[in-house]
Structure formats: structure tokens, C-alpha cells
Design a protein around this ligand. Sequence first.
Ligand SMILES: Cc1cc2nc3c(=O)[nH]c(=O)nc-3n(C[C@H](O)[C@H](O)[C@H](O)COP(=O)(O)OP(=O)(O)OC[C@H]3O[C@@H](n4cnc5c(N)ncnc54)[C@H](O)[C@@H]3O)c2cc1C
Ligand code: FES
Length: 265
Amino acid sequence: MKINEKCEDRGTVLLSSSRQQEPSPLSSPGSARDGRFRLAESRSLSATVRLLRLTGDTSAIAAPGQFVSVAVPGKFLRRPFSVCDWGEGWLTLLIERVGSGTELLHSLVPGAELEILTGLGNGFAVRPESRTPVLVGCGSGLSPMAGLAKRLVSCGVRPSVLLGFREEASRFGAELFPGLDVQYTEDLFAALEKTDHDYFYACGSETVMTELCRRENAGGQVAFDVRMGCGFGACMGCAKKTRDGMKRVCKDGPVFGKEALVWED
Ligand SMILES: Cc1cc2nc3c(=O)[nH]c(=O)nc-3n(C[C@H](O)[C@H](O)[C@H](O)COP(=O)(O)OP(=O)(O)OC[C@H]3O[C@@H](n4cnc5c(N)ncnc54)[C@H](O)[C@@H]3O)c2cc1C
Ligand code: FES
């Protein structure tokens, strides 16, 4: 059986300690592993986004929402990307071209090799008791939602999917959610209000994710796409204020429970 087709809850989300019924471990569900991966396929999903399928050792990946750190040839800092989906010996990444590192990744052809650190971050904790969850992906933030959707379906839960884009022309990704009800929107918060849901899982920019948590009545988890420095917990450059103090997105996240977050009104 492929790894992400089993119903498991191995994500360990940081939730506020004031909600004792929720799990609250702070570490990654597994340990990170560095390995060489070979590009098997690279295909365009939109004018600026490509889906890369890579083969290599994926045994360190334990939960949807975890990320990998890719050594881009010629770049000092590694680049973090969410795992879109994975199985035994393969994974997919969705890469939006925003700068020179992602441009280089777009230019790679099948057969190219990359050094990738896998098994980073905590990932989403699946809540099978929520029967009508909504998955919210903003731009390239839809990537981890694909793997999470697959995991939820294997747990007998059929989420609805809301994909937010700034403009209609940049839409992509519905094909990554086979068999599910997928809605595109340019007005995420209005669309979310109209979507019947008892829980939410979301990924996107820090600003949108924080606003989402502020407005939402339902419980949920958000994965932050932030600008990282070291990427392994040493520099505090990615720290966020939580009810349990400052937490690092790269090490304690990138997934946080809504109740753990603190924001200024
Ligand atoms: C946990 C995590 C998961 C991520 N998952 C994905 C993913 O699945 N797919 C994807 O395409 N991207 C993802 N990102 C963002 C991705 O890491 C950056 O876009 C990438 O590192 C940019 O590299 P670059 O060399 O092309 O751009 P750079 O040359 O480093 O930067 C180019 C421009 O993009 C901006 N930028 C760079 N990184 C970010 C960022 N994280 N957020 C906002 N603006 C940024 C810079 O400020 C600059 O303006 C993720 C980031 C994190 C932290
Ligand atoms: S990026 Fe350095 S601590 Fe997170």
C-alpha cells in the first residue's frame, strides 16, 4: 500500500495548552533525512507553476503538511516546499516560480538529481471526527492540501476544497483533488462563509492564514508559508507568537492549531 493511502493521524500540531483535549506535542512526527532524488517528471500546471515528481527515499515523510528543503545548485540557502503527495520511493512538489531558485527548479529536465532534506515540520493532524471539513489552499498553498485530501478520503472523510487566487487567470490545481468538490474563488472569506463546514485545514501566506483564523468560527489548523532563514530552528527568523510563547514555523510548525495563535485586533 502506498504510504499516503493509509488512514493515520501522525501529524503533531501545536495547539494551545488551554485545550487539553487536543494533542499538543511540539516536535516533528519523525526525523529528517537527507537524500538524493531524481527528477522523474516535470509538468506545467499554470504559467508560473510546475509539478515535479521525484524518486528517492521518502521514508522520513510521515504526515501531509510536512515540508522538504531542496538544495538548489548554486544557492547557499536551501528552499522549503510542502510535500504535495508522496508514496514509497516518490514524492511530488508544486513549485511556483517567484525568483532565481524556483526558476532553476523549473528548468530541470527528467534525470536531474537534487539533494533534498525530507521529513521536516509537524504536518496536519487528521481529525476523522470532523465530517464536513473544508480544505483551503491559497495559491501554491494548495500543494499540501492535495496530500491531506487523499489522507482524509482514506479515513472515510470527503472534504470540500476551496482554492483561492488573486485573479481568475492564475487558477490551477483542481485536478489534484480527484472526485472532490473543488471551488475556485477570488474572494476567499466570502466563499468560506457560504461553504458548509465543521472544521478547516488551510495553507497560504501568513497574512491570509492569520486573517482566516481571526474570522473563522469553526476550529481548524493552518500551515504558514513564511520567508525562512536557516530552515532548521537555529535563527528564530520564522518565529510566531503563540499562546505558548514564540514558536518557530520551521521547527514547531509549519502547522498550528487556530487556538494556539495570537493576533492583534
Ligand atoms: C514551509 C514552507 C512551505 C512552502 N511550500 C511551498 C510550495 O509548496 N510551493 C511553492 O511554490 N512555494 C512554497 N514555499 C515558498 C518557497 O519556499 C519560496 O517561494 C522559495 O523559497 C523562493 O525561492 P526563490 O529562490 O525562487 O526566490 P527568492 O529569490 O528567494 O525570492 C524571490 C521573491 O519571492 C519572495 N519569497 C521568497 N520566499 C517566500 C515565501 N516563503 N513567502 C513569500 N514570499 C517569498 C522574496 O521575498 C522575493 O521577493 C514554501 C515556504 C515554506 C516556508
Ligand atoms: S528559519 Fe531559522 S529558526 Fe526557522
